[in-house]
Design a protein around this ligand. Structure first.
Ligand code: RIB
Length: 298
């Protein structure tokens, strides 16, 4: 039997506090919402769940608070089969939370990092062996930038492929951009990082995601688009995370870029058809069935 790819996620773990409303409130306005729910989220945890559902062996390096959310969040990772011994609670600290308002298929999110900002380079050193035994490492920007830089250094020195999902948008020093294997901004993040044009120096690294329009890969010569899929969205929260988790799995399995992006686009499309960042993340069979259906339609 083929061994499962080993994916390590270094990143955030949040409790998402989600309110659904008819319209977004204006500044200074109070509205009556339609519903409220708390569900596990955080870009790191979401990407870990996406990869685990697609049959990878997933290890998560992150932190939660020593509060009730922390206990729930860690259990939720474990229940997905994700190795979570490297998710330690921070004493006297709250877990990361995201306040999310959903209206009309769109979302607005405010993240309060809490324990996620205790994912320090020293904390990573404790779990360095996990990084060194990974097929691919996946990281985002909801933890301190010095940690992102440290993990990038470790991976690049040891030739471990590393994908950085630069979300939420922040500037990354060119020195570190160079060391990343892949960078997966959405259109807004791409503009924050590069302005209008992806620099030539980053060819073969950058994949810009465009929602249901697919993703553009900036290859050596001409950028090419791998088309996305139109589905009826219920909640788009976590679609980018599903894309990244699925991309990591596909690349770790040795798929070439166009096929890996096609797989990730399909997983992301399915993820928006149910509520919650992790709620709609598909299992592998669902992605394969979806891709077969799309082929039959064409
Ligand atoms: O990408 C979606 C995620 O962003 C949410 O789950 C929220 O926690 C924020 O981190």
């Amino acid at each position: 039997m083929k061994r499962k790819p080993k994916i390590t996620i270094v990143g955030s773990i949040n409790m998402d506090m989600v309110t659904v409303t008819n319209v977004f409130p204006e500044q200074g306005e109070t509205l009556v919402g339609e519903s409220f729910v708390t569900v596990p989220g955080g870009k790191g945890a979401n990407q870990a769940v996406a990869a685990a559902r697609l049959d990878a062996e997933v290890r998560m390096i992150g932190r939660v608070g020593d509060d009730s959310f922390g206990t729930v969040l860690k259990h939720s990772l474990q229940s997905e089969g994700i190795f979570s011994d490297s998710v330690e609670p921070v004493t006297d600290c709250s877990s990361g939370v995201a306040t999310i308002i959903i209206s009309d298929d769109n979302n607005r999110i405010v993240v309060t990092p809490g324990a996620n900002y205790h994912v320090s380079p020293d904390y990573i050193k404790k779990y360095k062996e996990i990084l060194l035994t990974s097929d691919i490492v996946l990281i985002q920007l909801e933890i301190p930038m010095e940690t992102v830089e440290y993990v990038t250094d470790v991976c690049s020195e040891n030739e471990i492929p590393i994908i950085c999902n630069p979300a939420p948008a922040q500037t990354i020093q060119p020195f570190y951009l160079d060391k990343l294997t892949y960078l997966t901004p959405n259109e807004t993040e791409s503009e924050t990082l590069f302005g209008k044009f992806v620099p030539d120096a980053l060819r073969n690294k950058v994949i810009v995601t465009k929602g249901d329009k697919g993703a553009i890969y900036y290859e050596e010569d001409t950028p090419f688009t791998v088309p996305g899929y139109r589905v009826k969205p219920v909640d788009t929260t976590g679609a980018g995370d599903t894309f990244n988790g699925a991309l990591a799995v596909a690349l770790a399995e040795g798929k070439l870029i166009p096929e890996a992006i096609e797989f990730a686009n399909a997983a992301a499309a399915l993820s928006v058809t149910s509520f919650g960042a992790q709620g709609g993340m598909p299992i592998r069979k669902e992605v394969h069935n979806f891709l077969d259906e799309q082929e039959e339609k064409s």
